[in-house]
Design a protein around this ligand. Structure first.
Ligand SMILES: Nc1nc2c(c(=O)[nH]1)N[C@H]1C(S)=C(S)[C@@H](COP(=O)(O)OP(=O)(O)OC[C@H]3O[C@@H](n4cnc5c(=O)[nH]c(N)nc54)[C@H](O)[C@@H]3O)O[C@H]1N2
Ligand SMILES: Nc1nc2c(c(=O)[nH]1)N[C@H]1C(S)=C(S)[C@@H](COP(=O)(O)OP(=O)(O)OC[C@H]3O[C@@H](n4cnc5c(=O)[nH]c(N)nc54)[C@H](O)[C@@H]3O)O[C@H]1N2
Ligand code: SF4
Ligand SMILES: [Mo]
Length: 899
């Protein structure tokens, strides 16, 4: 077979590189096209098996997030630019000195599922094999460690048994704790297409909120937070009572069924109804559907894992699939959706502090010995290291004295984020490797190391279905930025360790592949030994492949899924049922923190916004941090829609915009995890989340947090569009987002400032001498000021006593419009378009910038399906991520019309 060349010249002479999207665990193939003038365009790779050409809004906007704005380009020590030698020597010397004085457990690495496999492999090897501690943990602890723990308990290995095509082949897809439409959009698109082709296929969504994913659901179970264990225990009991158990599979391939069933049968239906908040008829409807459908896939994500009962939730689900033998067969099986692009690769290299490497166990002396011999390392960590929450506790109390943080932003994403920030600030030596100069974490670095970002770095990632794909570089390396693996290998060498002389990531990949096969003999699921002799040229051309790989000894077509015929990885090759106890139901409704905070994601932002926050298109969908509140809770608290709300827990406080919606369950509040201190005054939601973890996995419970809410009464509300980045020091609240031509910001003040024009000059960086157009009404508190430089709008500022009534997207468009006509300048002050200028309304379709008002106009003009709206407005015709929202708008309009 001729090698596949990954970078080719397109017919127009531009350079095309096949690579992989750096966002979610779907792992879509991307083709990056660099034209002669350096412009980059992105499209889906039609040949990549994960997406077959599809992309979501984030993937489509990748070209907008690769500019050098805000990048860290040179190593820095104490904020001063320095050379690599000085920086690396300092890191190596300090780590060595701390280890010499206090032992290897006094240092720690906190790394990330966004590292490439090669980076991750080197980090793990350095810490566990050479430093001799297992104090390396990763943000995957916050992400899928409960899945890992659940898999290991049931299967004896951390194995995801199925593939994406099983989701398409199933007759029933259960999505629990997953907002697939927004978080794994291309799998959602594949599922929606399969359901459209086979309308008899059923989808059940289990989520306390009615999310966009419910758009294709036949049944939505608005479960009480953490009701999942009881729900799936009840399902197991129901399956037994209805004679649906696959006794042949259970008796030959599993152990512990009777005990698990006995435990499950403890819960009568009314008790399950109380624990889940679901009616008995809803429960029975779901149980009957599961009972009567053979081909079932249960997908689960953070609503399952990020819980104090996360591991039990996973095993409660696995119990039901094992009991019915619905595992490892086409269209059947449990499916843990991994979040980050290389969450699965991290599991392969053993990046968690309680794993070893290549799916070997740190608890096993035999495995430790095997890995040490393979690495020819002076030592090997003797016991599991600190898990993320405990690691930052150890940083706080001084047990960890030198910390290296790589490709993660813990000051925003860790629970008890303010305490984590204080711990990092107090740590004697902090190294941060990042791509950005200013993040909430980099500001505390003693040594800041510039890393290569997506498009610059090269390596591999593994997606949710165990498919390994290349990330390839197609951009020049900016400044002095270097690959993360290189940084660690250099430090290892400078600490005096051998075994780190890699010249190219292909050499690391080959070593990783060799370790996976080393003394394996079929005892470990992860075996990509077929690639252990891969050379640089073949690595460059490597096509996406799934493991177990077709090149492995004894591979047969049915080996592409795991466990259809048992062969689990416990020593007796049997799976284990886990006898689960339903968690105690806690009631905090009468406490000082009577509401339940649930946190998660929005469609167009990624994590702590360091990348998606750069794109004005992605920022247009939701431009401000918000709290979703049920209308009756809002009424009881006296909180009006679009007012500001303060949320508090014993750990911290935030201020957010109230979004009142019946999609939210009563008593619950949902807040996105994304906003950081760069984009909002006080919206880091993890400041409120306590460091409570699952007892088995150590994963934080980020979705069920007791909080109190109160309206911020008496505030003055403002909105601004500015060409320069605004600085709102002193305001009660602010949130800023990129917009075409500048920034859009929401602001609030507790009291008027002395001179609003003067305040605008400073906050918006308006050159001296430019006088505002507009007025200040001291009686009403209304302020409208606009600053022009010739025909260009520099800034417009609107303020009123209540939420300010400005047509936001129209105002944003004024930044790039010509104001040569003086009458248009007065229009800006009015804050709304004249009759001749349509207001697009809030952006729904990010790719093609279509606003809600255009969509409503199309519906009023007779479009009653998503296809018809798309035809008339173009909305939803690129990546399709907004199609669920378009359907929601159609339903809303039709319902209003029918009233
Ligand atoms: N747009 C976007 N996509 C992403 C990411 C991103 O930042 N932005 N991040 C990626 C990463 S790393 C991850 S881990 C994944 C996460 O993907 P998901 O897990 O799908 O996303 P979340 O929004 O965190 O949570 C999913 C849902 O769990 C629900 N939930 C909360 N509590 C419970 C409960 O007790 N039971 C049940 N059944 N459900 C509950 C929430 O209401 C929420 O809708 O997304 C990946 N994809
Ligand atoms: N309340 C709450 N908290 C949560 C969650 C939740 O649902 N609710 N979800 C949790 C989950 S599932 C996750 S995965 C985490 C995610 O949380 P984080 O990992 O903190 O999120 P990111 O913003 O992706 O951080 C990545 C950092 O790496 C930098 N970076 C990007 N590319 C590179 C690179 O190639 N090399 C290096 N060295 N740096 C790079 C980015 O600039 C950024 O600073 O948050 C967790 N926290
Ligand atoms: S679904 Fe979207 S974010 Fe996830 S890998 Fe594909 S394009 Fe990237
Ligand atoms: Mo995640």
């Amino acid at each position: 077979m001729a090698p596949i060349v990954s970078t080719t010249l397109s017919p127009t002479g531009s350079k095309e590189t096949k690579t992989t999207c750096p966002y979610c665990g779907v792992g879509c193939g991307v083709i990056a096209n660099v034209s002669d003038n350096g412009a980059v365009t992105i499209k889906g790779d039609p040949e990549h098996p994960a997406n077959l050409g599809r992309l979501c809004s984030k993937g489509s906007a990748l070209a907008e997030t690769i500019d050098l704005d805000g990048r860290v380009l040179f190593p820095q020590i104490a904020g001063q630019k320095t050379g690599w030698d000085e920086a690396l020597d300092l890191v190596a010397q300090t780590f060595s000195a701390v280890i010499a004085e206090h032992g290897p457990d006094a240092v720690a690495f906190y790394v990330s599922g966004q590292l490439l496999t090669e980076d991750y492999y080197v980090a793990n090897k350095l810490m566990k094999g050479f430093i001799g501690s297992a104090n390396i943990d990763t943000n995957s602890r916050l992400c899928m460690s409960s899945s890992v723990a659940g898999h290991r308990r049931a299967f004896g290995s951390d194995t995801v048994p199925g593939s994406y095509e099983d989701i398409e082949l199933a007759d029933l897809v259960v999505l629990t704790g997953s907002n697939l439409a927004w978080c794994h959009p291309v799998i959602y698109q594949r599922l929606a297409a399969a359901k459209a082709a086979r309308p008899q296929m059923k989808v059940v969504v289990i989520d306390p909120r009615r999310t966009m994913t419910c758009d294709i659901a036949d049944l939505h179970l608005a479960i009480r937070p953490d009701g999942d264990v009881a729900l799936f225990m009840g399902l197991l009991a129901h399956l037994a009572a209805s004679n649906s158990i696959d006794h042949a599979f259970v008796s030959v391939h599993t152990a512990g069924y009777e005990e698990a069933l006995q435990a499950a049968a403890q819960l009568p239906l009314p008790d399950i109804a109380a624990r889940t908040g679901l009616s008995e008829s809803e429960l029975v409807a779901f149980y009957r559907l599961f009972e009567t459908t053979r081909k079932v896939v249960t997908c689960y994500s953070q609503g399952v894992s990020q819980s104090s009962s996360g591991t039990d939730k996973v095993n409660a689900i696995l119990n039901c699939h094992l009991a019915t033998g619905r595992i490892g067969r086409p269209g059947m099986g449990p499916f843990s959706l991994t979040g980050q692009p290389n969450a699965m690769g991290g599991r392969e290299v053993g990046g968690l502090s309680n794993m070893l490497a290549a799916h070997m166990a740190i608890e096993s002396a035999e495995d430790r010995d095997r890995v040490q011999r393979f690495w020819q390392s002076p030592m090997i960590a003797a016991r599991p290291g600190l898990k993320a929450v405990d690691m930052f506790r150890a940083v706080a109390d001084g047990r960890v004295k030198a910390l290296w943080i790589m490709a993660t932003n813990p000051v925003v994403s860790m629970p008890d984020a303010d305490a984590v920030e204080a711990a990092i600030r107090a740590c004697p030596f902090v190294v941060v490797s990042d791509v950005l100069q200013d993040t909430d974490t980099t500001r505390h670095a003693h040594v800041l190391l510039p890393s290569l970002g997506w498009g610059e770095k090269a390596g591999t990632v593994t997606n949710s279905e165990r498919r390994i794909s290349r990330q390839r570089d197609f951009l020049d390396h900016p400044g002095d930025a270097k690959a993360d693996w290189w940084q660690m290998a250099e430090v290892a060498r400078r600490m005096g360790f051998s075994g780190f002389d890699y010249r190219h990531p292909s050499e690391i990949f080959a070593e990783h592949a060799a370790l996976s096969a080393f003394e394996n003999e079929g005892r470990r699921d992860f075996d990509i030994g077929a690639y252990q002799n891969i050379d640089e040229r073949t690595y460059q051309a490597l096509r996406p492949f799934q493991w177990p790989t077709a090149l492995t000894k004894n591979y047969k077509e049915d080996s592409k899924r795991f466990f259809a015929k048992g062969d689990f990885y416990h020593p007796d090759r049997k799976a284990r049922f886990v006898a689960i106890k339903a968690p105690a139901v806690t009631d905090h409704t009468c406490s000082a923190y009577p509401l339940t905070l649930n946190t998660g994601r929005v469609r167009d932002h990624w994590h702590t916004m360091t990348r998606t926050g750069k794109s004005d298109r992605l920022s247009a969908h939701i431009a401000e941090p918000f709290a979703e509140i049920h209308p009756s809770d809002a009424a009881a608290l006296g909180i009006q829609d679009a007012a500001l709300v303060e949320l508090a827990s014993p750990h911290g406080k935030v201020i957010l915009r109230a979004l009142i919606t019946p999609r939210q369950a009563r008593g619950n509040i949902f807040v996105p995890m994304h906003w950081n201190d760069q984009f909002a005054s006080r919206a880091r939601i993890d400041a409120l989340v306590p460091p409570v973890t699952d007892p088995v996995s150590g994963q934080p419970a980020s979705k069920n947090v007791p909080v109190a809410a109160s309206g911020l009464n008496g505030a003055l509300y403002g909105f601004a569009v500015t060409s320069a980045m605004p600085d709102f020091r002193g305001a009660l609240y602010w949130a800023r987002a990129r917009a075409p031509g500048g920034w859009r910001s929401e602001i609030a003040f507790s009291e008027p400032v002395g001179d609003w024009a003067e305040w605008c000059h400073v906050a918006f960086n308006i050159p001296v001498g430019i006088e505002p157009l507009g007025y200040i009404d001291r009686q009403d508190g209304d302020v409208r000021l606009a600053f022009f430089d010739g025909e260009r709008l520099l800034a417009a500022f609107f303020l009123s006593r209540g939420p300010v009534g400005v047509a936001r997207d129209w105002a944003v468009a004024q930044l790039t419009a010509s104001h040569a006509d003086v009458r248009r300048r007065f229009g800006v002050i009015a804050g709304r378009p004249g009759a001749d200028q349509p207001d697009p309304g809030a952006t729904i379709c990010t790719c093609l910038s279509v606003g809600i008002n255009h969509i409503i106009a199309a519906i009023r003009g007779g479009a009653s399906s998503v296809e018809a709206v798309s035809h008339m407005t173009n909305a939803g015709t690129n990546c399709g991520s907004c199609r669920a929202e378009i359907r929601g708008i159609i339903d809303g309009c039709l319902a209003t019309a029918a009233e």
